[in-house]
Design a binder for this molecule. Structure first.
Ligand SMILES: *[C@@H]1O[C@H](CO)[C@@H](O)[C@H](O)[C@H]1NC(C)=O
Ligand SMILES: *[C@@H]1O[C@H](CO)[C@@H](O)[C@H](O)[C@H]1NC(C)=O
Ligand SMILES: *[C@@H]1O[C@H](CO)[C@@H](O)[C@H](O)[C@H]1NC(C)=O
Ligand SMILES: *[C@@H]1O[C@H](CO)[C@@H](O)[C@H](O)[C@H]1NC(C)=O
Ligand SMILES: *[C@@H]1O[C@H](CO)[C@@H](O)[C@H](O)[C@H]1NC(C)=O
Ligand SMILES: *[C@@H]1O[C@H](CO)[C@@H](O)[C@H](O)[C@H]1NC(C)=O
Ligand SMILES: *[C@@H]1O[C@H](CO)[C@@H](O)[C@H](O)[C@H]1NC(C)=O
Ligand SMILES: *[C@@H]1O[C@H](CO)[C@@H](O)[C@H](O)[C@H]1NC(C)=O
Ligand SMILES: *[C@@H]1O[C@H](CO)[C@@H](O)[C@H](O)[C@H]1NC(C)=O
Ligand SMILES: *[C@@H]1O[C@H](CO)[C@@H](O)[C@H](O)[C@H]1NC(C)=O
Ligand SMILES: *[C@@H]1O[C@H](CO)[C@@H](O)[C@H](O)[C@H]1NC(C)=O
Length: 426
């Protein structure tokens, strides 16, 4: 406040007009080429160069064809208004060669957005369309279908602070929808994601992934997909998810984590309240790598340290869960691990969490499947006020445990299956 005033006064005294001042806010309307033969990325970049600091960038109600990578990481005090659709091209070889490094897990991305005080508003119509149907068909033909090197995330928010992303639709993301890294104090409000494939089913299309980020809020977040609805990875702290809707995917994931040998990573202070699940595999699940390192990220790794703690998941309403409502697997590992590895040696600790008021229907008899580490057992796990039934009204009542200390609100009913898993149960 004080600085702004000083700046305006100085500007008045010197006769220099202030580009950052609201009264003289620069607006750039992004022109569209009109066909996929014209790459609109250069025009988009120019608009942000001109108006991305102290101005406004407007996408009109039309289709923009994005045929090349964009790295727009230097935004400052800008309004971004999206009235149309940004449609990404399907030259798969181009994207594999050129997509940008996310900075974690050797993952890559088609678009980087970052900066301070950024307000992105799609007004419920603005759409990022990854044209993913092409990717979903292509990936099926590859030897490695998971985390294929160079397959891009739709967008990476990198170094985004004090910002709001609201009313934006994400359709058929190329891979993960949004990775959020080095970002702090960001609100995602009424964001809609639909990665359901039109021709074949989609794979590896997480709704959102947080990494090295804090104070991130998701409110009224809707995801239709086949992978993690939302996932909190290394050093995600103070994350809130409220009033959200997850369809067909795997549910809320913590991890995978512990992928980097010897590195200390945490997930702390997660608050989840009022979630509707429809046909998801789990409501909440955890996945940590084992203590044995095999290969490197994205698909290999292991041997990481750290903990996940202070988490509350409450008021969860489920319809037709497909697996254990709540699941922990500490046996994520590279498929080629020698002798199939050891499922209980992870040094990563899961502790101090509560699931409260989880109701609805399930097709699995398992309320909980807790495959914890013998080296760092799961401690102080609370499952309270759980009421899950089959469609015939019979209650699901299995709580399967391995290395669970001080359970709260439930008793273990049997041993859990021990085996490799990337989706929470073997
Ligand atoms: C433009 O779209 C058509 C299909 O609508 C596709 O066959 C063609 O490869 C695309 N061209 C580019 C440059 O993306
Ligand atoms: C991608 O890289 C390969 C190998 O370097 C090259 O042969 C190919 O022409 C490139 N394709 C595109 C579209 O950049
Ligand atoms: C994106 O641009 C920023 C600023 O120019 C640069 O520091 C960063 O390395 C770029 N990221 C990638 C992945 O190229
Ligand atoms: C990327 O992969 C290389 C080699 O496979 C590995 O050495 C490196 O640690 C990985 N980097 C990240 C950030 O995961
Ligand atoms: C695919 O995975 C195999 C191991 O399963 C690895 O040797 C190979 O480098 C991978 N290829 C790509 C393109 O990731
Ligand atoms: C929630 O988000 C949806 C888009 O997914 C939007 O249509 C709806 O109006 C939002 N609801 C509220 C209360 O903002
Ligand atoms: C999601 O996309 C699929 C495939 O286009 C479509 O059939 C479905 O109606 C969409 N769901 C919603 C809620 O828009
Ligand atoms: C996570 O944070 C810890 C400190 O809390 C730091 O030592 C570690 O390097 C961070 N890990 C990553 C992957 O950023
Ligand atoms: C349990 O959660 C549902 C929403 O899933 C909510 O409507 C209900 O009021 C909650 N019950 C209690 C006792 O808080
Ligand atoms: C796995 O490792 C743990 C901890 O080192 C050990 O107690 C256990 O015996 C090992 N299990 C197997 C099957 O080797
Ligand atoms: C209800 O459905 C479950 C799961 O299909 C089945 O195991 C159980 O026997 C059924 N109970 C009754 C009373 O039919």
């Amino acid at each position: 406040m004080y600085l702004t005033r000083v700046f305006c006064v100085l500007a008045a005294l010197t006769g220099v007009s202030s580009a950052g001042h609201t009264a003289s806010k620069k607006t750039c309307i992004v022109p569209a080429g009109g066909s996929n033969a014209t790459d609109d990325a250069p025009a988009i970049y120019r608009a942000f160069r001109k108006c991305g600091r102290g101005g406004k960038v407007v996408f009109e109600p039309t289709t923009y064809h994005v045929n090349s990578v964009l790295n727009i990481s230097w935004l400052q005090d800008v309004d971004i208004d999206i009235g149309g659709t940004l449609l990404w091209s399907t030259d798969i070889q181009y994207w594999l060669n050129n997509s940008l490094d996310v900075g974690y897990q050797n993952q890559s991305t088609a678009l980087i957005l970052g900066g301070n005080n950024v307000r992105i508003d799609g007004h419920g119509v603005g759409t990022f369309d990854g044209n993913g149907d092409y990717w979903y068909e292509w990936i099926r033909e590859q030897p490695n279908t998971s985390n294929y090197p160079g397959r891009p995330h739709a967008v990476t928010f990198n170094g985004l602070t004090n910002s709001v992303v609201q009313g934006v639709n994400f359709l058929r993301s190329q891979m993960w929808t949004m990775s959020i890294i080095y970002s702090h104090h960001v609100l995602f409000e009424s964001v809609f994601v639909n990665n359901t494939g039109n021709r074949v089913s989609s794979s590896n299309t997480d709704g959102a992934d947080t990494i090295r980020s804090s104070h991130i809020k998701f409110n009224n977040f809707t995801v239709y997909n086949g992978d993690d609805s939302i996932s909190f990875k290394a050093n995600s702290t103070d994350i809130t998810v409220t009033n959200s809707h997850f369809h067909n995917g795997l549910g809320i994931a913590v991890g995978s984590i512990g992928q980097y040998k010897g590195q200390f990573e945490t997930v702390e202070r997660i608050h989840v309240d009022n979630i509707e699940y429809d046909n998801t595999l789990h409501s909440v699940y955890f996945k940590t790598w084992t203590a044995d390192q095999n290969g490197y990220p994205p698909n290999g790794g292991g041997g990481g340290l750290g903990f996940a703690s202070d988490m509350v998941f409450r008021n969860l309403q489920a319809r037709n869960l497909r697996g254990s409502a709540f699941a922990i697997s500490q046996c994520t590992r590279f498929s080629g691990a020698p002798g199939d590895g050891n499922c209980t040696n992870s040094k990563f600790e899961i502790r101090d969490l509560t699931v409260k008021n989880l109701t609805g229907t399930t097709t699995s008899s398992r309320v909980a499947s807790l495959q914890c580490s013998a080296v760092a057992p799961c401690t102080n796990i609370g499952l309270l006020d759980v009421d899950l039934t089959f469609t015939n009204g019979t209650a699901a009542d299995e709580y399967l445990c391995g290395n669970v200390k001080d359970p709260r609100g439930f008793e273990c009913t049997g041993p859990v299956c021990e085996g490799g898993s990337a989706t929470g149960e073997c």
